[in-house]
Design a protein around this ligand. Structure first.
Ligand SMILES: [Fe+2]
Ligand SMILES: [Fe+2]
Length: 257
């Protein structure tokens, strides 16, 4: 089976390129499941019920997220009731929402998606390594896909090796810059350090240049807004053998709008 993974969708330009490209990719590449990171989908930070629906209607099956998931208060209207929307599983007990989705693809294959968040150069959370170990202990063998939302490349690579042979794919999100290190690890886990941003590339990781420059040059508090031009969809297509749950290929995607 083929699964399409989409990196951090930023603002209206990101949602638009998803709407334009995902339905066609789904059909042409015979994609069974689409997973996309939505933490920046609403105006560059957070998610609202409306933007979530837009992404589901465009053909994304499961939305993963990360440190920006609670930036828009409207997300609390859906985070407890929408099973296809995840926040990192290693947030503290009692935090609204969930970090795991399990469902069945149109051809009847069971798939689980797990969302984790790193701890290096990020706000403190529970340990993502021990959290995922605890989750896997209770799960039967099946296709399992992990979004490791993290800043440090080393922590993401460590997670790839930690889960090699235990899950079908580990992909990184959060930095908004695509890495070129996609590979199949020896145990059969597809891995890439960062899928890259789905959104506007004429700014600074999706934000208008002048706003970010002002912050760097003068240190003034700034309200970030998504930039608009050079829009691309970034991600990867992973092929998985549904009999042994091992990945057989991973293809990096960067599609110009
Ligand atoms: Fe992001
Ligand atoms: Fe993030």
């Amino acid at each position: 089976m083929r699964i399409l993974l989409i990196g951090d969708i930023v603002g209206r330009p990101g949602r638009q390129v998803v709407r334009e490209k995902v339905p066609r990719l789904r059909a042409e590449r015979e994609i069974e499941l689409v997973v996309g990171n939505c933490e920046n989908a609403a105006a560059g930070a957070g998610l609202t019920p409306k933007t979530a629906n837009e992404l589901f209607n465009a053909g994304i099956d499961v939305l993963t997220s990360g440190n920006h998931i609670f930036d828009k208060k409207e997300v609390f209207q859906i985070i407890e009731t929408e099973p296809r929307l995840l926040r990192p599983a290693n947030y503290a007990p009692g935090v609204p929402g969930r970090g795991v989705w399990t469902g069945t693809t149109p051809s009847g294959h069971r798939v689980t998606v797990i969302n984790l968040q790193g701890r290096v150069f990020m706000a403190p959370t529970d340990c993502p390594f021990r959290t995922v170990d605890g989750l896997l202990e209770k799960m039967e063998k099946q296709v399992i896909i992990v979004d490791m939302h993290a800043e440090a490349t080393s922590e993401k690579i460590a997670m790839g090796w930690h889960l090699d042979g235990r899950v079908s794919a580990v992909f990184g999100t959060h930095t908004h810059v695509q890495t070129a290190d996609e590979k199949i690890l020896p145990g059969g886990t597809a891995y890439t350090t960062d899928l890259g941003m789905t959104g506007p590339y004429d700014g600074i990781i999706g934000v208008k240049r002048d706003l970010v420059m002002d912050k760097f040059l003068r240190g003034m508090p700034t309200r970030f807004e998504p930039s608009e031009g050079d829009v691309r969809l970034c991600g990867a297509i992973v092929e998985i053998n549904e009999n042994n749950f091992r990945a057989t290929s991973i293809e990096r995607l960067m599609l110009q709008q």
